[in-house]
Design a protein around this ligand. Structure first.
Ligand code: BMP
Length: 273
């Protein structure tokens, strides 16, 4: 596993341009925090993005929960991503046949492919979902190809999740077949070591995003299960994702700084610095 290497070292050696960019941003901002900005109006989303922007590497959206989505949402997000040097991850969790996910990625009101650097999918439909998304994101007539990547949702943090065992190892198999598009996983730990059918690719370096990170709670009443930044990073998270731990805190800016500091210290400890 590459998890003992610094983000800087991984930025310079990673074969995927978006992964290089992610690690560069982390290194430059000394942050591995992704804030899950699960608010329901454009004003709240842009306000959070602007206030927390200096402390985060990535903003994760559920763009379909906004009550007032419009072009202004996207223009605002893009401007703040440029201002604060963060990337945008739309947590759409594509899960359908290839022909449908290609349309959901590019079309509709949301036009996700135009603005989201990172998307994710479930492999429940089989390998074809990844093939379809990779093909369309890397088509010669799609202008943003070098700045687009996919995370496979290989595990979930909710109680009783069925994304375990053979499902998780199939996620690793499929990731290995599409190294130029699949950045890595949304998972609770590093997965390069799990027993899988497809052999590791030379120089393989999966990026791990871990959701369900919270400093003050163990879970919620609907089955969410939390771990701390230290625990997540110790298990292999490269980017820690926190929603309510940050945006629902009494002072979200102070919370973001706290997650940034704890996330960075845990990373430094892991790489032995
Ligand atoms: P919170 O930190 O407030 O519990 O939010 C977690 C976020 O991560 C939510 O946006 C949720 O959709 C997402 N998420 C998760 O909690 N567990 C998973 O396994 C995968 C997710 O995307």
């Amino acid at each position: 596993s590459k998890s003992q290497l610094t983000y800087g070292a991984r930025a310079s050696s990673h074969p995927n341009p978006l992964a290089r960019k992610l690690f560069q941003v982390a290194e430059e901002k000394k942050s591995n925090v992704t804030v899950s900005a699960d608010v329901t109006t454009t004003k709240e989303l842009l306000d959070l993005a602007d206030r927390l922007g200096p402390y985060i590497a990535v903003i994760k959206t559920h763009i379909d929960i906004l009550s007032d989505f419009s072009q202004a949402t996207i223009d605002g997000l893009n401007a703040l991503a440029a201002k604060h040097n963060f990337l945008i991850f739309e947590d759409r969790k594509f899960i359908d046949i290839g022909n449908t996910v290609q349309k959901q990625y590019h079309n509709g009101t949301l036009r996700i492919s135009e603005w989201a650097h990172i998307i994710n999918c479930s492999i429940l439909p089989g390998e074809g979902i990844v093939e379809a998304l990779a093909q369309t994101a890397q088509a010669t007539d799609f202008p943003h190809g070098s700045e687009r990547g996919l995370l496979i949702l290989a595990e979930m943090t909710s109680k009783g999740s069925l994304a375990t065992g053979a499902y998780t190892s199939a996620s690793v198999d499929i990731a290995r077949k599409y190294p130029s598009f699949v950045l890595g996983f949304v998972s609770t730990r590093s997965l390069g070591e799990v027993e899988a059918e497809v052999a590791p690719v030379d120089g393989e370096d999966f990026v791990v995003f871990t959701t369900g990170v919270n400093l003050s709670s163990k879970g919620d009443k609907l089955g969410q299960q939390y771990q701390t930044p230290q625990s997540a990073i110790g298990r292999g998270a490269d980017f820690i994702i926190s929603g309510r731990g940050i945006y629902a805190a009494a002072d979200p800016v102070e919370a973001a700084r706290q997650y940034q500091q704890q996330g960075w210290e845990a990373y430094l400890a892991r790489v032995g610095k």
